[in-house]
Design a protein around this ligand. Structure first.
Ligand code: DON
Length: 309
């Protein structure tokens, strides 16, 4: 089904345009800096399969940290809660997403949650598969099912660009290897993680994935349970407590929608039993969240009373 252009959403995009000059496109992954800072898009999926959209809805962007919540779902399905939460905790950090500080101050050393880079790397390590290629193929198959788009793939250029420059993530991995949180080869895991972060899609695909989380893990088109209910609940809860990093508290108050952001400028939202939302705007605030995306979600939440609180 194609997305219908929608006037109310167009108005929201127009209003969000006023704030995007206050942000900056991510540059620490070199390939991300070519994104158009003025791009803005929003798509909404409803349980009846209808889709509304506005803005630059055909632009594809990489998931970056949004992939963390999808990988968490898959790892929990593959390995179960006990194994996953043996490696990673449940608590927000209040620190930037790439911080190493809590790994050193907490004993035994273990990342505090699966939405920070250290935690996501530890969870990616748990995806089943005989090697990094097999693990990635399984993840891609899962993402294609969630987005209902068999064309979804990853951007080699962005994956390569991050792989070549991810010194901080490698530092996190070596630290965790020293402490037995991961046991595999650091470079193989970096390959898998950078491909995972480079999975690419449009706002519409992202909204469709948000809808699955919103509907308790069930694909409303087919009635198939793609994510078991209990795992879906865990993922949605992490979106509330840690989905917007150290801005999650303010986001919960201003917007109140379970959501996950990424440094390419995407944010996925899941309004329980109502909507899946995908927004895009590569101009970021200082925490690494899309500044236009945050504005659009705030406006949507106010206009349609979407806060879960
Ligand atoms: O590992 C990284 O730094 C990136 N691939 C993903 C970080 C990210 O998206 C944080 N988001 N706000």
């Amino acid at each position: 089904m194609t997305c219908q252009e929608n006037e109310q959403l167009e108005a929201i995009v127009e209003e969000a345009k006023h704030v995007i000059t206050h942000g900056k496109v991510a540059t620490y992954i070199p390939a991300l800096q070519s994104a158009d800072p003025n791009a803005l898009a929003v798509a909404i999926y409803r349980p009846d399969g209808s889709c509304l959209a506005a803005g630059n809805i055909d632009i594809k962007f990489t998931l970056q940290s949004i992939s963390k919540v999808l990988v968490l779902a898959l790892a929990l399905m593959d390995r179960g809660e006990e194994t996953v939460f043996h490696k990673v905790g449940y608590e927000p950090t209040g620190d930037p997403f790439d911080s190493i500080i809590k790994l050193e101050t907490i004993s035994p050393s273990k990342p505090l949650n699966p939405m920070i880079n250290a935690g996501a790397l530890a969870v990616t390590h748990l995806i089943c598969g005989n090697n990094e290629e097999e693990q990635f193929e399984r993840l891609l198959t899962f993402v294609r099912k969630l987005s209902n788009n068999p064309q979804v793939t990853y951007c080699e250029n962005v994956a390569h660009s991050e792989f070549e420059t991810a010194y901080l993530n490698r530092a996190l991995l070596f630290y965790m290897k020293q402490h037995g949180v991961i046991t595999c080869d650091v470079e193989a895991l970096m390959k898998l993680y950078t491909k995972q972060c480079a999975i690419e899609m449009t706002c519409r695909d992202l909204a469709r994935i948000g809808l699955i989380f919103a509907m308790g893990g069930i694909d409303p088109d087919t009635g198939v349970q793609l994510i078991p209910t209990a795992i879906n609940t865990i993922c949605k809860t992490f979106m509330v407590t840690c989905g917007m990093y150290n801005a999650s508290g303010e986001f919960a108050i201003r917007v109140g929608i379970p959501a996950k952001s990424g440094v390419s400028g995407g944010i996925m939202g899941a309004v329980p039993n109502k909507l899946g939302i995908g927004v895009y705007g590569p101009s970021l605030d200082t925490m690494g969240n899309s500044i236009g995306g945050l504005k659009m979600l705030e406006l949507l939440s106010k206009e349609y009373a979407l806060s879960i609180f």
